[in-house]
Design a protein around this ligand. Structure first.
Ligand code: SF4
Ligand code: MG
Length: 318
């Protein structure tokens, strides 16, 4: 089975009372293939983290389906659910907030294995933690120290070691480099790529812009206000973006891309991201789209496969 994760028309709404609903994720579909890195990109507030958490099972879904290895995760038996959660781990944006400041690095990394009853022998557990530290470019002397003694990049390495402790197949990385210095970002990305090769991992890599995702991802989905607006291979997305929002995101990348001959014209998006409580009618992007037409306010654009594997939702292509 080539597809590891299949997300179908997934919705996650939050009921805020007084007949108010926040449609954080409003019907997104995509597959992730075994061994690939799928980038999920969009501005903060577009629903990408909520999508990650719903896939992870941390939030229940409002509608739609998530299938892992062909099994619907919301209909799993207790046993399958336990295996699922073990197979799927998360890396967070702020490694400091996700590491208990009063625990040693050893305790932090060992905890998931203890919860799952693995490595009951103390010596074996120790050896396993030391191995994990080495896998992420740290060493065994770090085991007895506390999170505050490390730099941001090192803390993210600790978070990665913890995520790897249960030998997962699939990792959701929610903006794992956004909080790091630019000089450290590339190192963490290279580490994630090395680990992917060594351990055959599949990644869902969540990011708020397209600058690093290009180098990491095989395919990329672009989200706007709870909707998926474009999905294709990383190369296609950069060379032939179709959706006006993707064009705007690409034009915002500060460093000129040597692969692209002419500089992209900077597309400045007017206005703020609308609220997902009261999204625009028709196309959710229309209030900021430089190409908006009258039909865009009336009709929601269909999600269509414009070229093989290249999906877009925009009336310009209908
Ligand atoms: Fe712009 Fe209309 Fe396309 Fe939406 S459907 S992105 S408003 S042109
Ligand atoms: Mg987020």
């Amino acid at each position: 089975n080539e597809t590891l994760l299949s997300v179908q028309e997934l919705k996650r709404h939050f009921d805020l009372g007084k007949d108010t609903t926040l449609k954080a994720v409003d019907g997104i579909s995509f597959d992730i293939k075994r061994g690939e890195t799928f980038g999920l990109v969009g501005e903060s507030g577009c629903g990408k983290s909520t999508a990650g958490r719903t896939i992870m099972g941390l939030y229940s879904s409002t509608d739609g389906k998530v299938e892992y290895d062909g099994v619907d995760i919301h209909k799993m038996s207790e046993k399958d659910r336990f295996d699922y959660l073990r197979n799927m781990q998360m890396i967070f944006q702020d490694p400091y907030a996700s590491l208990n400041p009063r625990s040693t690095v050893f305790e932090i990394i060992a905890e998931p294995m203890q919860v799952h009853g693995l490595y009951k022998n103390k010596k074996e557990l120790q050896a396993r933690v030391h191995q994990l530290l080495e896998d992420v470019g740290l060493n065994r002397d770090h085991a007895n120290r506390y999170p505050h003694e490390f730099s941001g990049g090192q803390r993210q390495r600790i978070g990665i070691a913890r995520a790897l402790s249960l030998d997962p197949d699939f990792i959701i990385a929610d903006e794992p480099i956004s909080a790091l210095d630019v000089s450290v970002q590339a190192q963490v990305v290279m580490l994630l790529q090395k680990l992917q090769k060594e351990k055959g991992l599949t990644y869902l890599f969540i990011a708020h812009d397209l600058s690093m995702v290009k180098y990491i991802s095989d395919r990329i989905g672009v989200m706007y206000l709870g909707h998926m607006v474009e999905l294709t291979t990383a190369d296609q997305l950069y060379e032939k973006p179709l959706h006006p929002y993707t064009e705007a995101l690409l034009s915002a990348i500060p460093i000129p891309d040597p692969d692209i001959e002419e500089a992209r014209e900077r597309v400045i998006l007017e206005g703020e991201l609308p609220s997902p409580i009261d999204p625009p009618s028709g196309c959710v992007f229309r209030t900021r789209c430089p190409h908006a037409m009258s039909i865009c306010a009336e009709k929601k654009p269909a999600w269509q496969e414009k070229e093989p594997g290249h999906y877009v939702a925009c009336h310009l292509y209908e």
